[in-house]
Design a protein around this ligand. Structure first.
Ligand code: ATP
Ligand code: FE2
Length: 327
């Protein structure tokens, strides 16, 4: 049995997870940076990671009842993400690789969100809707890669929710607060709905919703924004489902924690005779377990990285990554 320590540091969260090569998640420990005001400042966020990484890793090992010396593989998020934040995880991974004399692998964060969903939901070949702070992607496995069928042309769904929340005076992250507010209303305000072919755009919706705050109650705007944005991603997902005829749909990424979005995607899945799966809430957001598990899959096929290949990749698209562990 191989035990892998996974390190996640692409954005707001420093997380460590211990996973074995049978897919048992032995621990996940997170420390999330919450800015006092404004959005995520890359440098300040990276300083948070520098301060907490030792504690997070120690707690992850303690929870897994695993001494550091039993770790046989180090995996880290190599990209995409905020450069300064990525470099913290990368530096810690390199240090552990040298200190423990065990292999190191760098994984793509988007691939990891999909792989943890496949593992946790026990689903082999889903159409995946991956929605988070930085990504809004409908994808499915084809020709050795996670091909992208549709995506946002501007900002990500989670980013839109967080930015709107900030305009409304709510603290980061805004997604869960918008969800709670939306539950208090059923007054739909007309807001721009922008689907272009298989892609969608969210800045027009964000601008209009922010303007609407001047004339409408916050709960009504939150409700209407959720309904509009979630319908847009549901439309694109439904079209990809009709085209690919996949039997399963997987919802993953931080915004997958949203109950209303889950209900909508379940509904379009069932309309097409596909089974719906959502990643468990505790694994929806950024976490070290998804990095550890993806690292194990990757290591088995491709082995470890040479130290000179462990540099961070802040811009790294999902569909650029070969997926040799799937056929
Ligand atoms: P990426 O995977 O693109 O790097 P990320 O690093 O921002 O994204 P995640 O933890 O995967 O990280 O997602 C965070 C996002 O999820 C935030 O935008 C947050 O507001 C959103 N989110 C979390 N819970 C909910 C919820 N209940 N409803 C809506 N959005 C949510
Ligand atoms: Fe993420």
């Amino acid at each position: 049995m191989t035990l892998c320590l996974g390190l996640e540091s692409t954005a707001h969260t420093f997380s460590a997870g211990v996973v074995d090569d049978s897919g048992n998640i032995l621990s996940v420990v997170n420390d999330t940076y919450v800015p006092q005001e404004g959005g995520l400042h890359p440098l300040k966020t990276s300083l948070h990671h520098v301060e907490c990484f030792q504690d997070v890793i120690r707690k992850a090992l303690e929870t897994a009842k695993t001494p550091l010396e039993s770790i046989e593989l180090i995996s880290f998020s190599q990209g995409p993400g905020l450069g300064p934040c990525l470099r913290v995880g990368c530096t810690v991974a390199r240090a552990l690789h040298v200190f423990l004399d065990v292999p190191v692998v760098g994984v793509n964060h988007c691939v990891a969100h999909i792989e943890i969903g496949r593992l946790a939901c026990k689903v082999e070949d889903p159409l995946t809707l991956y929605v988070s702070g930085g990504n809004t992607i409908v994808s499915a496995f084809d020709c050795g890669r996670y091909q992208i069928f549709g995506e946002t042309l501007d900002i990500a769904l989670g980013n839109m929710l967080d930015t709107f929340a900030r305009e409304a005076g709510l603290q980061h992250p805004g997604g869960p607060k918008i969800e709670a507010l939306a539950r208090q209303s059923s007054n739909y305000i007309d807001l721009p709905y922008t689907v272009k072919g298989m892609d969608l755009a969210l800045t027009g919706l964000l601008t209009s919703a922010t303007h609407a705050l001047k004339t409408h109650p916050l709960a009504d705007v939150a409700f209407s924004m959720q309904e509009t944005a979630f319908s847009m991603v549901a439309e694109v997902t439904e079209r990809a489902l009709a085209h690919t005829e996949k039997q399963n749909v997987l919802l993953t990424g931080g915004v997958a924690a949203n109950t209303r979005l889950r209900d909508m995607i379940r509904s379009i899945s069932e309309d097409h005779g596909a089974a719906f799966h959502a990643v468990p809430k505790e694994l929806a957001g950024d976490n070290g377990a998804m990095i550890a598990w993806t690292g194990l899959l990757q290591f088995k096929q491709k082995g470890g990285l040479a130290l000179e290949d462990t540099g961070v990749i802040p811009k790294w698209r999902l569909d650029q990554v070969p997926i040799p562990w799937r056929t």
